[in-house]
Design a protein around this ligand. Structure first.
Ligand SMILES: Cc1cc2nc3c(=O)[nH]c(=O)nc-3n(C[C@H](O)[C@H](O)[C@H](O)COP(=O)(O)OP(=O)(O)OC[C@H]3O[C@@H](n4cnc5c(N)ncnc54)[C@H](O)[C@@H]3O)c2cc1C
Length: 346
């Protein structure tokens, strides 16, 4: 089989690359080993142009948002399902100091255009210090996206379910050979499992485990993401995803008692009503030392690429990164330095 692109992994990275390649009619095959739990599948799927405890506007936020909307809306059409949910974040203040800090920043128009200081009160929340809203936020139903896209790609013979064996990849006369496949380019998108990739495992990943609950709660807002230390994203009916923890030492995919205790403590701090925990999941975020993604060509192996390091913000970054990597491969456009693998070339 002769193809243009061989892609390893169908998380958010592989999925958004496939979306771009389908639009250009370039031939490709994804090799992905099915797993019930992956980073993309357990993620809450939120996107938010304002990030971190210090609440600063993220890197290239406006461009990233534009690509986020374009990509997931077009995937909705392709896969005939609802994936993108535009919802404000209803963030509870934890103290008077937090209120004052935020008010003092409202003079900055680029920041304040994303903030509503006086939202209507939501029921059954511990809101002693009030709340504000962040606009142009929302979430993507990442598990559904992966499942639907996988079925679509299998149907079109663009995906096979297999564990990729790195030892069988060979470069012969400038092409990449893997079993009966001959590809011009190979792109690795294995998320945190890049640690097993002999070509790229030198890259400075600082992996971060996250745990989430799925809960049932009858008495709180359904049209907003609720946040205070943790977030609550309404999925359907009375079901919410709640997360997350950040853990750098235990890098197993198993849930833990500490993770459970943390999420319960935070939930009890937010909610003034009953809830029931119906699921508890864990997985590993592909975070990097400088908290930026890594895309580009291998320093020695021509036509071997990586799209990884999506970290805590894969939903908002994957569409932009996929476009930028393909523009680099197809048109020779230079990749922005902040996300370019060249920053780690030896
Ligand atoms: C608890 C939690 C909550 C999160 N919440 C959010 C959020 O709200 N918003 C947000 O933007 N991000 C969130 N993230 C981060 C987000 O999930 C990641 O940035 C993103 O999903 C990573 O996607 P990926 O494609 O790089 O990796 P993955 O999703 O891990 O996908 C990699 C794929 O490659 C396959 N694979 C790996 N190795 C091989 C191999 N050798 N052969 C074949 N297949 C292979 C795997 O099976 C998998 O299907 C969260 C993460 C966690 C853990």
């Amino acid at each position: 089989m002769q193809i243009n692109y061989l892609i390893i992994g169908q998380g958010l990275a592989g999925t958004l690359l496939a979306k771009e390649l389908l639009a250009t009619n370039e031939s490709f095959l994804i090799i992905d080993a099915f797993k019930e739990s992956t980073s993309t599948k357990v993620a809450a799927g939120m996107y938010n142009p304002i990030s971190g405890k210090r609440m600063v506007k993220s890197w290239n936020a406006d461009e990233l948002l534009r690509d986020t909307f374009e990509a997931y809306l077009s995937l909705e059409k392709l896969l005939d399902c609802k994936l993108l949910f535009k919802q404000n974040i209803y963030q509870l203040f934890g103290s008077v100091k937090e209120q004052n800090d935020l008010s003092s920043r409202m003079d900055n128009e680029d920041f304040s255009k994303h903030v509503n200081l006086f939202p209507a009160k939501e029921p059954n929340l511990n809101d002693a210090f009030g709340a504000f809203e962040i606009k142009e936020t929302g979430w993507v139903y990442t598990r559904l996206l992966i499942e639907k896209m996988r079925a679509f790609l299998i149907e079109k013979s663009n995906l096979i379910d297999e564990k990729f064996d790195y030892n069988l990849l060979e470069n012969i006369a400038g092409n990449w050979h893997f079993k009966n496949i001959v590809a011009k380019h190979v792109i690795f998108c294995e998320g945190y499992e890049n640690i097993h990739n002999p070509f790229f495992n030198y890259l400075p990943f600082v992996l971060c485990k996250g745990e989430v609950f799925t809960i049932k709660c009858n008495d709180i807002a359904k049209d907003k993401i609720i946040k205070k230390g943790i977030y609550m994203v309404h999925l359907h009916d009375n079901i919410y995803k709640v997360g997350a923890t950040y853990e750098w030492n235990d890098l197993t995919e198993k849930t833990s008692e500490q993770g459970k205790a943390f999420l319960i403590e935070k939930l009890n701090d937010i909610l003034n009503c009953e809830y029931e925990i119906i699921n508890h999941e864990a997985n590993i975020r592909p975070t990097t030392k400088d908290r930026k993604a890594i895309i580009g060509e291998h320093h020695e192996h021509k036509n071997m690429f990586i799209l990884n390091g999506l970290g805590t913000k894969g939903v908002m970054h994957a569409p932009y990164l996929a476009k930028q990597l393909l523009a680099n491969i197809i048109l020779g456009n230079e990749i922005e330095k902040e996300i370019n693998i060249k920053r780690f070339y030896k």
